[in-house]
Ligand binder design. Structure first.
Ligand SMILES: C[S@@+](CC[C@H](N)C(=O)[O-])C[C@H]1O[C@@H](n2cnc3c(N)ncnc32)[C@H](O)[C@@H]1O
Length: 247
């Protein structure tokens, strides 16, 4: 580490000690990997929720980004599973990519392949990753997810499918059909309560079809292994029986 980098890191740590994060929704917790410029709020304010989802217990940034607890779980999972290549579909404001890339940085290896169809969003996310000093851990692919997944030669060890709910199961199916995903497949926004408070993006019946399609993907490619948490926006995890797969 250069002297300048070391001085910057000491300054950052001292600043964090002197200025603990402000309480959000009654809690001072904030993920250690989250850059200081992201201002958090209660997930209950970020997005309308059914009471069964307990959104008041979660921290969010905005409607399009993933809750901190989910991202922190992804961060820890990457520390546990040590994936070499990770795929994320849908970058939006780059929060998911930051969590995944920070975990690769903490492991000391790994690469996030983030696929985002919107070229402006893609360019902004790239700038953000530079600002967060994480650019070297990420490859952005500014194109349609299924097009990219249908042709890439990269072999993935973990997939975070987070583009449009309507196409996420199919993104995973493309990976499984091509034999390019060898680890867990993780899907966001799967709460069965979601459409009680959110009528679009997607509404019914598309959201129920999303949940059904994930069960079908689990049956076909993951020995029926399917587990979900229905809290907040909901998260579904499809796990291979053994990880890493026996060679
Ligand atoms: C829910 S946001 C992603 C949130 C982000 N992963 C996070 O954790 O904060 C969905 C993103 O998927 C992108 N998207 C939609 N359709 C897509 C497609 N076919 N291929 C790639 N990205 C897509 C949208 O432009 C949007 O930025």
């Amino acid at each position: 580490m250069s002297i300048i980098k070391m001085a910057k890191s000491i300054k950052k740590n001292v600043k964090a000690e002197l200025n603990p994060p402000p309480a959000v929704a009654g809690r001072v917790w904030r993920p250690q990997w989250l850059p200081s410029w992201f201002v958090l709020k209660s997930e209950a304010e970020a997005h309308p929720h059914d009471p069964a989802e307990r959104a008041e217990l979660f921290l969010g940034y905005n409607t399009g980004s993933t809750e901190m607890e989910v991202l922190n779980w992804l961060y820890s999972t990457i520390l546990l599973l040590k994936p070499q290549h990770i795929v994320e579909t849908g970058a939006a404001d780059g929060l998911g990519t930051i969590a995944l890339a920070s975990a690769c940085k903490a492991n000391g290896f790994g690469r996030v392949h983030s696929i985002e169809i919107d070229t402006e969003v893609c360019a902004r996310a790239q700038e953000l990753l530079k600002r967060a000093e994480l650019a070297e851990w990420v490859e952005y692919h500014c194109e349609d997810s299924q097009q990219f997944l249908g042709k890439t030669k990269v072999q993935f060890d973990l997939g975070f499918f987070d583009s449009l709910c309507e196409i996420r199961a199919q993104e995973c199916a493309v990976c499984m059909e091509r034999g390019i995903l060898h680890g867990p497949a993780i899907f966001h926004d799967t709460s069965p309560h979601r459409t009680k408070t959110l009528k679009k993006d997607p509404g019914e019946p598309a959201h129920s079809e999303y949940r059904k399609a994930l069960k079908a993907v689990a049956t076909k490619y993951f020995d029926g292994n399917f587990c979900e948490t229905t809290l907040s926006r909901g998260l579904t995890i499809l796990l291979p029986k053994v990880y890493p797969p026996a060679t």
